[in-house]
Write a protein that binds this ligand. Structure first.
Ligand code: NAP
Length: 385
């Protein structure tokens, strides 16, 4: 059996590269059927961000390339991306720190939300053309992305809030539950608390009945933290973090959700309570450097941990995939019921305007690294779709 698909480009003059091209896909194999999406116009080529040179400087490492729109295999979906999510680790990925076996050039971007515009035959038993999905998959910084059925999460609407959940929300939920073992009445310190993952750590710790302290760099962020239940926002630009912790929490904190690294990590170790748990979620203050690291006071750590029977626990989301699907479903249901806030930040207060179009990924990453974001940073790839 063969299926043929003809896709006419209707992009007109807006994108010269697509103009008036007609695309024919004739697939004779059983395993590679391509479903026809009559309402859709799938161009022959698209914009996709590719890492061309390894560097934590995203602008130097990554360029926007024009590449063919790929054809889905039997079990894949072709997603036309509407929104994509920015993660602090996008620059770790462009520096080649995630997977040293990757060879240049390679695609970048971890997560997207969009519409199914083509799919393989087996994939059609679970999804239909026009369905909206969210996904966690390498290569999201593109106009179109291939995603295997297993990685696609069905959505009722193309909401950018879903992007806050699939990495940032899942990380906070799983880390606090599995490694933090947070209990009612404990004190939890969240660093970068107003950011993509920090906002969830604050809310989950509060829901667990903990006293929550959150660090941030502006008054607006401190107000935002109060609004999501943070008991003690600390704007470290106005208050000395070390002195505040020493004065207000002399017994130390039970759990730290730590993502800054360097001197903040050292302070967190120093301020752990007896049996305290420090969760190393990240160390963003080092990511822009050549090594990706910020020095810490390593030699004194064993003594500090021993004196308090405390522990330091590393967390990396891909190591907790058994928890992942249930966790994401649960957070999405909570969001639907209004039980949790998934704040997103599309840069609308920026002078140059909202993050719209693939090229604005560069601006969005700069914005996050300037500490300007409140909530999860998202880019709208194509509002016309
Ligand atoms: N382990 C995992 O599986 C996993 C998964 C997701 C995220 N993470 C980690 O979680 C952390 C937050 O990531 P995110 O994507 O959600 O980012 P984000 O929190 O939305 O944005 C980063 C925030 O970090 C704060 N920051 C403090 N010092 C900074 C510095 N020197 N440079 C840049 N930012 C600084 C800024 O907030 P203030 O200005 O308010 O301090 C900034 O807004 C990162 O360390 C990331 O690697 C880990």
């Amino acid at each position: 059996m063969s299926v043929s698909l003809m896709c006419k480009s209707v992009l007109g003059s807006r994108r010269a590269v697509h103009a008036f091209q007609r695309r024919f896909i004739i697939d004779m194999s059983y395993s590679n059927h391509f479903m026809d999406y009559k309402r859709s116009s799938i161009p022959s080529s698209m914009k996709k961000m590719m890492v061309m040179k390894l560097s934590p400087n995203f602008r130097q490492a990554v360029s926007v390339e024009t590449l063919p729109v790929p054809t889905p295999s039997d079990t894949e979906l072709l997603i036309r991306n509407r929104y994509i999510g920015i993660n602090a680790s996008d620059i770790n990925y462009s520096a080649g720190r995630y997977d040293p076996s990757l060879t240049l050039p390679f695609p970048v971007g971890f997560e997207g939300v969009g519409e199914v515009v083509a799919l393989g035959l087996s994939a059609s038993s679970r999804f239909a053309l026009g369905d909206m999905v969210a996904y966690l998959n390498a290569g999201a910084f593109a106009e179109y992305t291939l995603v295997s059925v297993q990685k696609a999460i069905p959505l009722k609407e193309p909401q950018p809030e879903a992007l806050a959940v699939i990495v940032s929300g899942a990380t906070a939920s799983i880390a606090l539950k599995c490694l933090g073992e947070i209990k009612q009445g404990e004190t939890v310190l969240v660093t970068a608390a107003a950011g993509g993952t920090g906002q969830f750590a604050v809310q989950f710790a509060k829901m667990a009945g903990c006293h929550v302290i959150g660090t941030c760099s502006t008054r607006e962020k401190a107000e935002f933290l109060k609004s999501i239940g943070c008991d003690r926002p600390i704007n470290y630009k106005e208050e000395d973090l070390a002195a505040t912790l020493r004065r207000e929490y002399p017994k130390g904190v039970d759990v730290v959700y730590e993502s800054i690294g360097g001197s903040v990590f050292d302070l967190a170790v120093k301020n752990l309570a007896q049996h305290g748990r420090l969760l190393v979620v990240g160390f963003i203050s080092g990511y822009q450097s050549e090594s990706g690291l910020q020095p810490v006071s390593g030699a004194t750590i064993p003594a500090k941990l021993l004196q308090k029977s405390a522990s330091i626990r590393g967390f990396f989301l891909p190591h907790f995939l058994s928890e992942y699907s249930d966790c994401v479903q649960k957070i999405m249901q909570m969001q639907e019921k209004g039980e949790i806030l998934c704040a997103i930040d599309d840069g609308q207060t920026e002078k140059e305007g909202r993050f719209v179009g693939l090229d604005s990924v560069y601006r969005a990453i700069d914005y996050m690294y300037a500490g300007k974001n409140q909530g999860k940073v998202v880019v709208e790839v194509n509002p016309d779709v």
